[in-house]
Design a protein around this ligand. Structure first.
Ligand code: SF4
Length: 254
């Protein structure tokens, strides 16, 4: 079995373990949606800008968009809007003054002479594959930051409920980096006509990291034992998002 497990795998297994099985065991790859492409390009734009604020954000969006277009997977995207509309949504977002001001305040920490952007991390747990991932940015105060794009602004309590920060904080603890003091920031931008940006800072705890470890162990236990249960109530349960659809719900519903 794999010697690595990513946080996104854990998240997918929790959402629908049958979809995890289809994607990772049967090669029924999940379709690439427009939201994922938008998120990837926006991520790259934000990471580039906080690294070098002399750059123009709209130019960075344009460069990142063109780079994404060159990728083979771009051709397989199922578009809800036209690519031009999605491009223009990004141009509007990154031309917004508030987005510029708030991103402009983020200073990445310097680690080994490099800005802590898209930092690879591992969480090693006994008798479990290493859990791997990337932290979008670690601020100069040591607090990890995740950039998110959303169709509408998150409700106040969403950031506090996210599990992913616990994985990041646990991995940093293992590296002996404790200056985060169990704080985490989500920087959320919306793809709306009038874009919004909000920084949600949440305080987590060592106890929650224990909880995350328990979840990771149970997910791995389920994978190892071949427990793959369909979850038709998942938001992703549609042929638009789930590559396993025709081998699962679609097989019964036509
Ligand atoms: S079709 Fe629905 S229940 Fe089946 S694997 Fe996909 S998301 Fe899960």
């Amino acid at each position: 079995m794999s010697q690595h497990l990513s946080y996104s795998q854990i998240s997918m297994y929790l959402d629908c373990s049958r979809r995890w099985q289809g994607h990772y065991k049967q090669g029924l790859t999940n379709p690439l949606g427009e939201a994922l492409v938008f998120g990837t390009v926006a991520h790259n734009t934000m990471e580039q800008f906080v690294t070098d604020k002399s750059m123009n954000m709209q130019e960075l969006w344009d460069i990142a968009w063109e780079a994404e277009k060159d990728k083979t997977a771009f051709k397989g995207i199922v578009w809800e809007e036209t690519p031009e509309t999605v491009y223009n949504i990004g141009m509007n977002l990154f031309g917004n003054q508030e987005v510029y001001d708030i991103l402009g305040e983020i200073e990445p920490k310097t680690i080994d002479g490099e800005p802590a952007i898209e930092r690879f991390i591992e969480w090693k747990l006994e008798n479990l594959p290493t859990i791997i991932g990337y932290i979008d940015c670690i601020g100069s105060d040591g607090i990890p930051i995740d950039f998110k794009t959303a169709g509408r602004m998150w409700p106040e309590d969403k950031a506090r409920k996210e599990l992913q920060p616990l994985f990041y904080l646990a991995a940093l603890d293992q590296l002996g980096e404790h200056d985060h003091e169990y704080k985490f920031k989500h920087v959320v931008v919306t793809k709306t006509k009038n874009p919004r940006i909000v920084v949600f800072e949440s305080q987590r705890s060592a106890g929650e990291i224990e909880f995350m470890e328990m979840i990771a162990r149970r997910v791995w236990g389920g994978i190892s034992a071949g427990v793959f249960i369909p979850n038709p109530t998942s938001f992703m349960c549609s042929p638009r998002f789930c590559g396993t659809w025709f081998d699962c719900v679609g097989k019964y519903t036509g």
